[in-house]
Design a protein around this ligand. Structure first.
Ligand code: BMA
Length: 364
């Protein structure tokens, strides 16, 4: 018989000693023990896959220096820094265009540059892009949550941001070559609308904008098209918030600009779960057709990233992870996702485009 205490086998004749018998009896005892051992092992294997402490595999890995940027790093007095747009400049420098909330409660945008994208940030000594409510009344209460897309055809970066005023949030567009001088296009989607980004190239001869208009009780993702970047049409809903108990029930929105892959536009979107304690902002994945981005090919059921660390769970707004930008590594696969944590600081997590696509294949 197999003795679980010693791992040896016992012939049953003596309770305090292992195999005493020789010959057939001993062989039988050995075989019996072997059988019990293999059953015990497969049971253990089963228990470990159903283990209550089982942690799902992580698609994103938080940087150990998180949060990488805080209000106390700013060269002037501010309340909070969060929800940054991100891009790589021509020389490989990472540029974050951070949403900065001042101590009136109004937001502006400020650029921070770093060679490695993690530390040693050079932060503009004053706001980089301020609201200009005299010329653009839709910016009365500030500008927020920029998404940056480099547009090769124009040789410029498009910045799509939220303009906030009495009417609510609307979508505004500006272009820059250097993040010092900006050409404003004004509000391109009227309130209530936000969470928008431009695709980097024309689709069938027209520019495409993903955005999130909201109704009284729900908010879904849409796409619109334009031939001149001022006048938009061809509006189509592309992803609907789910209902009921889902993590992405009632309200969803684009997070960073879509990632172009050979399989389609990979979209990281946020879902807002309302519960008795407030709301939880988490991230999910979806894939859209490269040539017809209004067509959703895949959508993951489970969320892939959510507030877990103290700096994500507690801040001006608890339980928020809110990325507005990413940079892609030289391998074309590693992404650095930059996100606002609890509307208070900026954090970074790395992931792999290939792994996200694989995950979507298995989870949609
Ligand atoms: C969203 C946006 C974000 C903000 C989030 C959590 O609606 O306004 O700017 O981070 O709420 O407050």
């Amino acid at each position: 018989m197999y003795d679980p205490k010693t791992g040896g086998c016992r012939d049953g004749l003596h309770s305090d000693r292992l195999n005493e018998n020789q010959g057939a009896e001993s062989t039988l005892a050995f075989l019996q023990a072997l059988l019990e051992l293999s059953q015990a092992k497969s049971l253990k294997g089963l228990m470990s896959t159903n283990n209550m402490n089982h942690k799902p595999s992580q698609l994103f890995h938080r940087h150990k220096l998180n949060p990488i940027l805080k209000a106390t790093n700013w060269p002037y007095q501010v309340n909070s820094v969060f929800n940054p747009g991100a891009t790589l400049l021509a020389d490989g420098t990472t540029l974050l265009l951070c949403r900065v909330e001042d101590r009136r409660g109004l937001s502006h945008l400020c650029a921070a540059r770093s060679v490695n994208g993690v530390d040693d940030w050079q932060i503009d000594s004053e706001p980089t892009l301020m609201a200009d409510p005299k010329r653009f009344p839709e910016e009365l209460w500030g500008i927020e949550d920029p998404r940056i897309t480099y547009i090769p055809e124009l040789g410029q970066y498009a910045i799509v941001y939220t303009a906030f005023s009495r009417e609510g949030p609307g979508v505004a567009l500006a272009f820059t070559k250097d993040f010092h001088h900006f050409e404003r296009y004004g509000e391109i989607m009227q309130p209530a609308d936000k969470d928008a980004a431009l695709l980097p190239r024309k689709i069938d001869g027209r520019w495409a904008l993903i955005h999130r208009p909201s109704g009284a009780t729900s908010a879904h993702m849409w796409i619109s098209y334009s031939s001149n970047l001022y006048h938009w049409g061809g509006h189509r809903q592309i992803l609907e918030a789910r209902l009921g108990g889902w993590w992405d029930a009632n309200k969803i929105g684009l997070s960073p600009p879509p990632i172009e892959t050979s399989q389609g536009w990979l979209v990281i979107y946020h879902g807002v779960r309302q519960n008795a304690a407030g709301s939880i902002y988490r991230l999910g994945l979806a894939l859209f057709d490269l040539d017809a981005p209004e067509r959703c090919i895949k959508r993951g059921d489970e969320w892939v990233f959510g507030p877990e660390e103290p700096y994500e769970q507690h801040g001006d707004v608890d339980n928020v992870v809110f990325p507005c930008g990413y940079t892609l590594g030289a391998d074309g696969d590693t992404i650095n996702l930059y996100y606002g944590a609890a509307d208070t600081s900026i954090a970074m997590a790395t992931g792999s485009v290939r792994e996200m696509l694989r995950w979507l294949k298995d989870h949609s």
